[in-house]
Design a protein around this ligand. Structure first.
Ligand SMILES: NC(=O)c1ccc[n+]([C@@H]2O[C@H](COP(=O)([O-])OP(=O)(O)OC[C@H]3O[C@@H](n4cnc5c(N)ncnc54)[C@H](OP(=O)(O)O)[C@@H]3O)[C@@H](O)[C@H]2O)c1
Length: 310
């Protein structure tokens, strides 16, 4: 098939493009930069230069590529201060609202048969009931104030993609990424905070995280492009775990001292309510549906070995 990847040069895109090519697809990879065309050539894609926030450029780029499938992996996260979550996600939120709408209109104009988009599980599922959530479980209707716009943008993306009746709209809710090109990799921001003992356990450290190695996220995305059905898939590893478990294990893997422990109110002071919720209250996710319907198996089934292997 001909596959148009928006976000082809990013942490996930760079893993995804060569896998799509290896699976026999003709890939058209979008970037804003003339200078990244060479990188896209090397990854095996036909480079397409366009700004995702410009509807005319997107329509022209998609119109020229005439893809069978569009994959939306656009984000612009950069530095993140959890106290100002919505501020730091402002451009990503535009990419998830306007950017999604532009790609959907352009895709509809050429009749794409599938539209696969990046979503996320973090702080998305309702913080009530069990620790492990399926795609059927309710979403958080009262998120911390500082990330309301961000969650509204993700909901917009999901609603628009799932509501597109003219195509197979597929939403992939990825877990927290780790691995090459992410902030959870050697030299990456979060690994460095753990190494410097600046990533403490907060309160009960009972927030449950689901991780996804970025290569596994790419493999799952190829499976969704090839055989996904309209709907939502959690793309996470087999081993959701509370912060109290994974953070000390990561510190040990990195040869760092044990993480400090601070009360919730201190955590809230430094990382805001979003940080406190991430550390004490979020829920993990189940990958049963993705395994069953996509036939996907993570090559890194647990962060326990996965962290050490990055
Ligand atoms: N689930 C998760 O845990 C999760 C999800 C997303 C990101 N992250 C992490 O966040 C960190 C950084 O993410 P990032 O957002 O900076 O991603 P990134 O890896 O730089 O990828 C962003 C992609 O979006 C494209 N893009 C952005 N704005 C665009 C625009 N206006 N028009 C066209 N393309 C545009 C970029 O293309 P060009 O720059 O080439 O134009 C690039 O291909 C990484 O560590 C990543 O792993 C984690």
């Amino acid at each position: 098939m001909r596959v148009f990847v928006a976000g082809a040069t990013g942490a996930i895109g760079a893993q995804l493009v060569p896998r799509l090519v290896a699976a026999g697809h003709e890939v058209h990879g979008m970037t804003r930069s003339e200078s990244k065309q060479a990188m896209l050539h090397e990854l095996g894609a036909v480079p397409v230069v366009a700004d995702a926030l410009d509807p005319d450029q997107v329509a022209e780029a998609v119109g020229r590529a005439r893809p069978d499938v569009i994959v939306h992996q656009l984000t612009a996260i950069g530095e993140l201060d959890l106290r100002h979550f919505d501020r730091d996600f402002a451009v990503t939120n535009r990419l998830r609202t306007e950017g999604t709408d532009h790609l959907l209109s352009a895709g509809q104009a050429v009749g794409v048969r599938r539209f696969v988009a990046q979503s996320a599980i973090y702080s998305f599922y309702a913080r009530t009931g069990g620790a492990i959530k399926t795609e059927e479980d309710p979403l958080d209707t009262s998120p911390p104030r500082a990330m309301r716009e961000t969650l509204a943008a993700v909901r917009h993306l999901e609603g628009a993609v799932l509501g597109a009746q003219w195509t197979e709209g597929i939403v992939l809710r990825y877990g927290a990424f780790y691995g090459p090109g992410t902030s959870m990799a050697p030299g990456g921001e979060q690994f460095e905070l753990v190494r410097k003992r600046q990533f403490p356990l907060v309160g009960n450290a009972g927030g449950v995280w689901s991780f996804t190695h970025v290569a596994d996220a790419a493999e799952a995305t190829v499976a969704a492009v090839d055989r996904g059905r309209s709907g939502i898939y959690n793309i996470v590893d087999d081993d959701p775990a509370p912060v109290a478990e994974w953070l000390p294990a990561l510190a040990q893997t990195l040869g760092a001292k044990k993480p400090r422990h601070v009360p919730r109110f201190v955590g809230r002071l430094f990382a805001g309510e979003v940080g406190a919720v991430f550390m004490t209250d979020i829920r993990g996710a189940s990958n049963e549906k993705a395994k069953g319907e996509l036939g996907w198996r993570p090559a890194h089934p647990s962060w326990r070995e996965g962290f050490a292997a990055t």
